[in-house]
Ligand binder design. Structure first.
Ligand SMILES: O=C(O)c1ccccc1NCC(=O)[C@H](O)[C@H](O)COP(=O)(O)O
Length: 264
């Protein structure tokens, strides 16, 4: 496993130990029965169609391990509203607190004001975090194949589906892709960011997409900055495009979404 992933997961696990004591699992279950909600239709939002061929998952992220603080004036609700106005199809909400300065509370805050399917973007290694995702207002979760064994990935995937959450399984290479297919993933994300070097390999989609069985929803992730790249990735089979840093660095986020999605 890449060193940064190992570090993030160690920190995530030590935080989890504490959270499970402070907020036992039954509390999360109880908050769900007080505040039930119906998850949105994630697959319809992400699958490319003739009328809407470039599905955008716009990311709400303040910081990252590779770039440090990306956006100082960070208001997750205002950013989410600007994304929705610009035509985003879904939002990715970073909830990891130490390396990305995220917060799981952002899910509920954004959900109150924005009507798009929300991804809990975090380093999920435990069923407790899946239940949290549901309790805090996510419609789908990210599972990173490289961070999990084949058995763990399948168990977490099955658990999320059992709770009614969709799952985006992220892959970085062919080994990850085999694990994702074994887990029964129907939404597969190809992350161009090499987690050892933080370099982008935009040719990864070209290498992996032909190996993905028909019918899966394919998400191209990281390093996407312009409409031309979106068009090229779409031609080889990508349905949706996960974009973070490019949007977070813009003054006019709504205009940036329109430019990336529609090319104007
Ligand atoms: O972004 C990082 O530095 C990073 C480091 C370690 C693990 C994951 C990391 N990023 C998560 C993501 O994959 C991106 O937030 C997402 O794909 C959007 O990428 P970008 O458009 O390049 O911000």
């Amino acid at each position: 496993m890449a060193q940064i992933l190992d570090e993030i997961i160690k920190k995530t696990k030590s935080d989890l130990e504490k959270r499970k004591v402070d907020y036992p699992e039954e509390w999360l279950g109880r908050s769900l029965s007080f505040n039930p909600f119906i998850p949105k239709d994630v697959k319809s939002a992400l699958r490319a169609t003739e009328e809407n061929p470039y599905r955008i998952i716009a990311e709400v992220k303040k910081a990252s391990p590779s770039k440090g603080i990306i956006r100082e004036d960070f208001n997750p609700v205002e950013i989410a509203q600007a994304y929705e106005k610009g035509g985003a199809d879904s939002l990715s909400i970073l909830t990891e607190p130490h390396f990305f300065k995220g917060d799981k509370e952002y899910l509920g805050m954004v959900r109150r004001y924005v009507n798009l399917p929300l991804l809990r973007k975090d380093f999920i290694v435990d069923k407790y975090q899946v239940l949290e995702a549901l309790a805090f207002g996510a419609d789908y979760i990210l599972l990173i194949a490289m961070a999990l064994s084949r058995k763990e990935l399948k168990e977490l995937h099955d658990y999320a589906r059992h709770l009614g959450l969709d799952v985006l399984v992220e892959v970085h290479n062919k080994t990850d892709l085999v694990k994702a297919i074994f887990a029964g993933a129907d939404i597969i994300g190809i992350n161009h960011r090499n987690l050892e070097t933080f370099e982008m390999d935009m040719s990864l989609s070209e290498k992996l997409i032909p190996l993905i069985p028909n019918g899966k929803i394919i998400v191209a992730e990281s390093g996407i900055n312009d409409h031309e790249t979106v068009v090229e990735l779409s031609k080889i089979g990508a349905d949706a495009f996960l974009v973070g840093e490019h949007f977070m660095r813009q003054d006019d986020i709504t205009a940036a979404i329109k430019a990336l999605k529609y090319g104007n």
